[in-house]
Ligand binder design. Structure first.
Ligand code: ZN
Length: 90
């Protein structure tokens, strides 16, 4: 019998509120979802192992715009973030 190669989702904690985050494994991309990875948004090497939950992302986007513009500098990531936030609020 073939051993299952299914990867499991992993659990981590938000570096801001310490809330639990489930990082989903994405089969088509063969990697973990980057949507809650702080490094993905900030593109700063020091944030490589930091994860941020959706409610903290929302808070940053809606209530902390100054910090948002300062930390998320890539135009592509800002566009991605906007889409992500909108998909959360729908
Ligand atoms: Zn959080």
């Amino acid at each position: 019998m073939l051993k299952s190669r299914l990867k499991e989702n992993k659990k981590t904690n938000c570096f801001q509120c310490q809330g639990e985050i489930i990082v989903k494994y994405n089969y088509p991309r063969k990697d973990y979802s980057l949507i809650n990875n702080w490094w993905y948004w900030t593109e700063q090497e020091e944030n490589k192992d930091k994860y941020i939950c959706n409610s903290c992302l929302k808070k940053l986007y809606y209530e902390n715009k100054k910090e948002y513009w300062k930390t998320i500098t890539s135009p592509a990531k800002r566009m991605r973030m906007r889409n992500h936030i909108y998909s959360l609020t729908k």
